[in-house]
Design a binder for this molecule. Structure first.
Ligand code: ATP
Ligand code: MG
Length: 275
């Protein structure tokens, strides 16, 4: 029984073909609208895996799906899976955990509590924040006149956080308890004449990561799951973000997994939810 999972966004669809035992193929398609990207993604998945549309037992749709989205023109059976459920199920499946806090970091951030008990998934939406990839691209445009995520991240890699953020060592000259000397005391709190564009780019990535980690950590602590955090979505799939997320969380006393295929977690979760 092969199932397709499509995580449909405004212009990008991430998709997967999966059965009980394995992931057959993954794909991401960008187009001018959600129907074009969803249908294009399904086509790419089928063509990658040489599976015929008639061999799909079902298609799971999730993501930011508008009420008018219909895929009736291609004769297939589909089910709509709530995006929050898909995030939770996908995070558990990819991490191999039975219970976790899953934070999906895309344009914005959603934080869920997911549990697998006797083959049933339970997912609770804990909250989230509008801070995410959209923030990086929007503020990148305002601060650096660059609105491509890859350009901002490339710049950030040669940045120096101590030229943009006020650090704990700037205030007390060393660490405070378990807070290391190079921890941020104030994001963008040390912008000065020697702050360069690459420092601003790193300041942006650092601030976004720190806000997301701090919120996720407090949500996880409330459930006593601070060592069982799973980050998924596009931002954690980027090396610089994954480093910043893991290091900041460790400093707070938590631990996370950023699984392989984190970008596809929601699509995988949607398919797993109906399989
Ligand atoms: N190479 C990249 N690295 C990091 N971020 C990127 C990259 N390319 C695009 N982005 C940013 O990632 C965001 C999109 O991520 P993703 O596809 O996970 O979001 P989404 O699923 O549409 O959003 P959400 O899950 O919040 O509804 C956009 O804000 C985009 O600017
Ligand atoms: Mg998403």
């Amino acid at each position: 029984m092969i199932v397709a999972g499509l995580d449909i966004g405004a212009s990008v669809t991430k998709g997967v073909l999966i059965n009980e035992n394995k992931i057959w193929t993954l794909s991401e398609v960008q187009a001018s609208d959600s129907i074009a990207s969803a249908v294009g993604c399904l086509g790419r998945l089928l063509s990658n895996s040489k599976i015929k549309i008639k061999d799909l037992s079902q298609v799971a749709l999730t993501g930011s799906i508008s009420k008018d989205l219909k895929l009736d023109m291609i004769d297939l059976r589909y089910k709509i899976v709530d995006e929050i459920d898909a995030i939770g199920v996908g995070g558990l499946h990819l991490s191999g955990k039975k219970e976790a806090i899953v934070a999906s970091v895309g344009t914005g951030t959603a934080i869920v509590h997911a549990k697998l008990e006797e083959k049933r998934y339970y997912v609770e939406h804990l909250g989230g924040t509008g801070i995410g990839g959209g923030t990086m691209v929007g503020l990148g445009k305002l601060l650096l006149n660059k609105d491509r995520a890859t350009t901002i991240l490339k710049r950030a890699r040669s940045g120096d956080a101590s030229r943009v953020n006020l650090l704990v060592q700037d205030i007390v000259g060393g660490p405070i308890g378990r807070i290391p000397a190079n921890a941020t005391a104030s994001n963008f709190g040390k912008v000065g004449d020697d702050t360069r564009p690459e420092d601003v780019a790193l300041g942006l990535v650092t601030m976004i990561s720190e806000i997301i980690v701090t919120l996720t950590y407090f949500a996880a602590k409330q459930k006593k799951l601070e060592n069982d955090i799973v980050f998924v979505g596009r931002l954690p799939s980027q090396e610089l973000f994954s480093e910043r997320l893991s290091q900041t969380l460790e400093m707070l006393g938590g631990r996370c997994i950023i699984p392989v295929n984190a970008l596809y977690a929601t699509a995988i979760g949607a398919a797993k939810a109906i399989i």
